[in-house]
Design a protein around this ligand. Structure first.
Ligand SMILES: [Fe+2]
Length: 286
């Protein structure tokens, strides 16, 4: 069993770093902490960065978790390798551009590449956005799955993941007390389905909705309220067609871990939004 502490960041491949930087700072509202020839690093909280765009292909995008144990990488890779999971250790050069002391990677059964960070860098200066966004930090990711039952078993077998809720076949899972850090949504192939940052209040969320409309950003779902986590949400189309979300959903803390009962919600619009907003997101429809 591999213990994960939290989702840590995402790396998104793009062929247009200038546009990625503009989106990340002006639209998403993150802070550009470093721009190099082949990377843009964007900060949202105490992490060095929560989003890094790199010069490359979108299909090579990855999500990364922090390992619970700072010395846990060898053990994690040995366990995955013994189970026949494709995995490996990253080089020092690869670790350097990820701002982590060391890392490994594995491929989940759908074909998503996931990275495991040991001693990822913390921000040495506080997050300081260009405009008041109310962003409090990186929240969670939605990941594509071609078989939710199989991939759910993969996460529950190899990691300290627990089910918080299901919407239809899609599990929302946690590795700590917050409601979810990863959710698996059925679709045709691998990929990052959405990337969530947390905002403080519903006012921040509604301000973002009007701001994004003014900037002619396509809002694909919301503003609304999730039936599962109780969080208010807003989904919008980001750079290169990546879907981003703002929400307050991480306010829900699972306090009584031993007695928490995962809930099963029907695969219906109302399970995604109890206000009645309709998702323009393929994976959220029947
Ligand atoms: Fe979400």
């Amino acid at each position: 069993m591999i213990d994960l502490r939290d989702i840590y960041n995402v790396r998104l491949g793009t062929d247009d770093l200038d546009a990625a930087q503009h989106f990340g700072t002006e639209i998403l509202g993150l802070q550009c902490v470093l721009r190099t020839d082949d990377h843009v690093y964007l900060r949202s909280d105490k992490r060095h960065h929560s989003v890094a765009f790199f010069k490359g292909e979108k299909k090579d995008s990855t999500i990364a978790f922090e390992l619970m144990r700072w010395d846990g990488l060898d053990g994690a890779l040995a366990e995955l390798d013994a189970a026949g999971v494709a995995c490996g250790r990253g080089s020092d050069e690869e670790a350097a551009v990820r701002f982590t002391h060391e890392f490994g990677w594995f491929i989940d059964p759908t074909g998503n590449r996931v990275e495991l960070l040991a001693r990822p860098f913390d921000a040495n200066r506080p997050y300081h956005p260009n405009r008041p966004t109310g962003i409090t930090g990186f929240g969670h990711v939605g990941l594509n799955t071609t078989d939710p039952k199989r991939d759910q078993a993969f996460w529950l077998t190899h990691f300290n993941a627990r089910i918080s809720d299901w919407i239809g076949p899609a599990p929302l899972m946690r590795v700590n007390a917050r409601h979810h850090q990863i959710a698996l949504f059925p679709t045709k192939g691998p990929g990052i389905q959405h990337i969530n940052h947390q905002v403080d209040t519903i006012d921040d969320l509604l301000k973002a909705a009007y701001y994004l409309q003014e900037k002619q950003v396509r809002i694909v779902f919301g503003p609304g309220r999730h039936a599962t986590s109780g969080g208010y949400f807003l989904y919008f189309e980001g750079h290169d067609g990546n879907t981003f979300e703002f929400s307050t959903s991480d306010r829900m803390i699972i306090e009584d871990e031993a007695n928490y009962r995962p809930r099963q919600f029907a695969l219906e619009d109302e399970s995604f939004c109890l206000f009645g907003a309709k998702p323009d997101i393929a994976e959220f429809r029947k």
